[in-house]
Ligand binder design. Structure first.
Ligand code: ADP
Ligand code: MG
Length: 705
């Protein structure tokens, strides 16, 4: 059941309901703007902003018309020159004005059609690009040929859109035009003072101004970045996201929390069982978390720490606190492999402290699964480690007090709500290794509290990183041989390269076979297509040291911990994002022995690629690498998404809208402070905004009305 206000219905209708969008076009628009299982809608067309504009300005005369730029000319048709019969030559038509002439060129031109379109002696308007051919001006396949009446209805500027095959900008422009007709009169949700101070148009007007500009220059990349209509839309989008976060946040704050920490005896037991002392920043994080747990507010804390900084143990100590208070705790990991590894590492420590731990993933079935579910429901299992399966329907906790979410930087409002629903006043700790630059952290986590692990555990040796061309594969294999003789273990990563996973897999399998022909049974293989149990088995053999080289696709990227592994080979390193390389490299350098990372590239490298790999060679500082990555590649890539804008945003752009993001956050806070249920006039308009940008999950938190 959707509670979407009906005023928005026209915008959420499928694009196929627009005039001119028939059964042939609709699938193309779906491909361009839809999502799996969801067609392109009117609103998607409206939010598909132009990437530039073309002027259809009238040029004074043929002689003055610039070469190679789009122009519209008023001409008189002078002569038709059809190709000689039987010859495959183009159909040419000579047109002229007082200053000169142009030959219009048509390949496969049909005589009858062209004679009707361009009758000799008549005045016509043609637009297209003039080029010089053998000293003659010619225009091949004019974009448009219009008569007096037609020119009257031609827009001065035409927007250019991102496309998919089978669509032209003009077609998309036409459908957008039809979509603009559907925009209803919406109440203003922005602060009127802010609107007038920044001279921003209302939303419907902003959309029209962007899609129907009067000046092509206003659609250039720089102009669009600063243009008030686009900024208005960007601000709407940012406010919607910040408001959704602020609502969830305030709701959690207002809900009574509980004291989820006891007398510290379990924490103490675990600490004594650890083979190491905590680092200063681990101590601080543990104290931050304990303070939150003791307080009767909800905890919503982000634990940010570079790979290898030791987040897991902090999470474990937090869970022990919750159990002291008589509650249960859950640890959620993004993949099966990680869930299993967490389970295997946590279980011994937890059991030593007398705690019961169980693993629950989507893979578990049958009696085993039923036993775990029963244990969670009656409280006999105190710690549950698992994947998303933990928070699905049908999983009931006796009394969940704390949920720890590992390595999940896209933890959205929806998941947060699902977690909160699993218990009474569940405290939440999110652990992430992604060194998210501050600006991005704001969009993802709103105003979560943050603890940072900014020291590495003592005794770590720096990792020596080397760049080497794939042409020197023989030398690499030789070096690996020496490392093995030295007792080292080796990760060998083959990237996900192209569209097809099968091709990438073939590359990894081929490398595996090659290495096996040299090193025999000591080589293992793991990739995403392996059935779960085989994946685990391959990881376990490597962890136990039975295999000494582990060839893999990027499945090992996140979180895997095998301290004896000291060498990492990354093939096609130039194809990875820096943040991703950093994550991968973080798998080594965990033990007391010196580690080496070989970044293997396929030359020749472009300047940027060279600079990026050089950066990796120079530093191990995840934050520096993330900032640099952001600078070199754009923020979308940092978080592994492809679009050029802010990940998860259609209109806002991190490079130019950073100021708006901060403003939207403050605005959202103020709104929630003054009108937490969104019932004032502006509040009701803001509900429409949340629906418009599909951040409406937060609305379910509000009282009905
Ligand atoms: P990450 O932050 O990447 O999740 P882990 O929690 O997996 O890091 O910890 C990485 C390794 O460091 C593990 O083997 C862990 O046992 C070890 N470790 C954690 N804290 C310390 C510490 N204070 N001193 C020494 N080793 C530590
Ligand atoms: Mg980890």
């Amino acid at each position: 059941m959707s509670l979407r206000p009906s005023i928005l219905d026209p915008l959420f209708a499928p694009a196929s309901t627009l005039p001119g969008v028939g059964p042939k076009i609709a699938p193309l628009l779906d491909r361009l703007l839809g999502e799996p299982g969801r067609p392109a809608r009117v609103v998607d067309l409206l939010f598909h902003l132009p990437s530039g504009g073309i002027a259809r300005e009238m040029k004074g005369s043929i002689a003055d018309a610039p070469i190679g730029e789009p122009v519209t000319l008023a001409v008189t048709v002078a002569a038709h020159r059809p190709p000689p019969p039987g010859r495959r030559a183009p159909y040419r038509i000579l047109v002229e004005d007082e200053t000169g002439d142009v030959v219009l060129v048509f390949f496969n031109g049909q005589k009858a059609r062209l004679e009707k379109l361009l009758p000799v002696g008549q005045r016509r308007y043609v637009s297209g690009k003039i080029e010089l051919w053998d000293g003659m001006r010619q225009m091949v396949h004019p974009d448009r040929i219009l008569d007096e009446k037609g020119i009257g209805s031609l827009p001065a500027v035409e927007a250019v859109y991102g496309l998919t095959e089978g669509l032209s900008s003009r077609m998309v422009g036409r459908y957008v035009g039809a979509a603009l007709e559907r925009v209803p009169a919406l109440p203003e949700w922005q602060d009127p003072a802010w609107i007038s101070r920044n001279a921003l148009p209302a939303l419907p007007e902003a959309l029209a101004l962007i899609h129907r500009p009067e000046d092509a220059r206003s659609l250039s990349e720089e102009a669009l970045a600063k243009a008030p209509p686009r900024r208005r839309l960007a601000y709407d989008e940012l406010l919607a996201s910040q408001l959704a976060l602020a609502l969830v946040r305030s709701r959690m704050r207002r809900l009574p929390g509980r004291t989820n920490a006891g007398d510290g005896h379990l924490v103490e037991k675990i600490r004594r069982a650890l083979p190491f002392g905590l680092t200063g920043s681990q101590e601080r994080a543990v104290a931050d978390i304990r303070r939150d747990l003791v307080a009767d507010k909800r905890m919503l804390r982000l634990l940010q720490g570079d790979v290898g900084s030791g987040k897991t143990v902090v999470g474990l100590l937090a869970m022990a606190s919750a159990i002291e208070a008589g509650r249960q705790a859950a640890l959620m990991a993004p993949t099966e492999i990680l869930a299993r590894q967490h389970y295997e590492r946590i279980a011994p420590m937890a059991r030593e402290a007398g705690l019961t731990v169980a693993l629950l993933t989507g893979r578990d079935k049958g009696a085993e699964r039923r036993a775990v579910l029963a244990g969670l429901a009656d409280g006999s299992i105190q710690i549950a480690v698992g994947t998303h399966a933990l928070f699905q329907e049908g999983v009931v906790f006796h009394d969940l007090g704390l949920a720890v979410v590992d390595e999940q930087h896209r933890f959205g409002v929806h998941q947060r709500l699902a977690l909160g629903a699993k218990g009474e006043a569940v405290d939440i700790l999110v652990m992430t290794a992604t060194p998210i630059p501050r600006t991005l952290a704001l969009t993802y986590f709103g105003d979560m509290d943050v603890s940072v692990l900014d020291e590495k555990p003592a005794g770590r040796k720096p990792i020596a990183t080397k760049l080497i061309s794939i042409e020197r594969l023989d030398e690499i294999v030789g070096a690996i041989g020496r490392a093995l003789a030295n007792g080292d273990q080796v990760y060998w990563v083959c990237p996900l390269v192209g569209e097809s996973e099968t091709v990438d897999l073939a590359a990894a399998e081929e490398r595996f076979e090659e290495l096996r022909s040299v090193f025999g049974d000591r080589v293992g293989l793991v990739h995403g297509k392996l059935p779960g149990r085989e994946k685990d088995a391959a990881m376990e053999r490597f962890a136990r040291g039975e295999t000494r080289i582990l060839v893999s696709t990027t499945v090992i990227e996140v979180g895997v911990d095998v301290p004896q592994a000291t060498v990492m080979v990354i093939e096609h390193a130039e194809r990875f994002g820096l943040a991703q390389l950093h994550q991968l490299r973080g798998r080594i350098g965990r033990g007391s022995r010196a580690s080496t990372c070989l970044l293997v590239y396929k030359g020749p490298l472009g300047q940027t690629a060279q600079a990026r790999l050089e950066m990796m060679r120079q530093t191990e500082d995840g934050f520096r690498i993330a900032e640099e990555d952001l600078r070199l590649r754009g923020e979308g890539e940092v978080l592994g998404t492809r679009q050029s804008g802010l990940p998860g945003f259609k209109l806002a752009r991190l490079d130019v809208d950073g100021d708006l993001l901060a403003a939207a956050r403050d605005d959202a806070r103020l709104i929630v402070e003054r009108d937490p249920e969104l019932v004032s006039e502006r509040g009701r308009a803001l509900r429409i905004l949340l629906y418009l940008f599909e951040r409406d999950a937060a609305i379910r938190l509000l009282r009905a009305g």
